[in-house]
Design a protein around this ligand. Structure first.
Ligand code: HEC
Length: 196
């Protein structure tokens, strides 16, 4: 194949891979929690159920890995498993779910377009946006708990082997230096429109 064509092909593939659900073309309107109608409240409950499922799988996997092989090794488990868990839970729950932050460890965890300004502003409360197509976007803050400090705490107190793994896999990491109770990031969930 003509070599000069390869970079263009790469860009096209990237666009195809990232532009998949077409959400970019949907207009999203913020809505207050107490202004959600009955159908939107059902979507909200669905989002929370998906979040609980994701949280349980993630923390089970992570805590199991720490217990079995130590925190440094668990970095690698989290690196490989977290995106897979998000994909699996999305399928099982019939939503699209992910984690994001204003200070990312994994640069792939950027927020969907509808959540970007809320994430950047470090919104402290649950936030909801309604898509023109009836989807509900839900953004749920995640606060740092004690066990998270092992991998997200003050660099001076994070173990050297953990820091080495973080540097190895996430050279642009911004997710050290959090304290207990800090806003660490968000779960974001896109719930389909209620079917008639
Ligand atoms: C064993 C180390 C480890 C522990 C413990 C840990 N994390 Fe992480 N965290 C990671 C790694 C590695 C990633 C990147 C994985 C990915 O692609 O989502 C990550 C990513 C995240 C993200 C996604 C945004 C980003 O920066 O990429 C959030 C949010 C997050 N962690 C919150 C937490 C919270 C809250 C806890 C405690 C309940 C916690 N983490 C415990 C290693 C850890």
């Amino acid at each position: 194949m003509n070599r000069s064509f390869l970079p263009i092909l790469g860009v096209l593939l990237l666009l195809a891979a990232c532009g998949g659900d077409g959400s970019e073309s949907t207009a999203w309107t913020p809505v207050a929690e107490d202004a959600l109608d009955a159908a939107q409240n059902a979507q909200r409950a669905w989002a929370f159920q998906a979040k609980d499922a994701m949280f349980e799988e993630l923390s089970g996997t992570l805590m199991g890995a720490i217990r079995d092989s130590g925190a440094a090794e668990a970095i690698d488990v989290c690196r490989c498993e977290a995106p897979q868990i998000a994909t699996r839970v999305s399928k099982e729950q019939g939503v699209t779910i992910g984690r994001t932050s204003f200070r990312l460890r994994n640069p792939k965890n950027t927020p969907p377009a509808w959540a970007a300004s809320l994430v950047e502003a470090q919104a402290a409360d649950n936030a909801y946006v309604v898509g023109a197509d009836g989807r509900l976007g839900v953004l749920l803050p995640i606060r740092l708990q004690n066990p998270c400090l092992t991998c997200h705490g003050d660099p001076a107190s994070v173990a050297d082997d953990v820091k080495a793994q973080i540097e190895r896999w996430y050279p642009d990491d911004e997710a050290l230096g959090f304290a207990q109770g800090d806003l660490r990031g968000y779960f974001w969930i896109e719930v389909p429109a209620a079917s008639e």
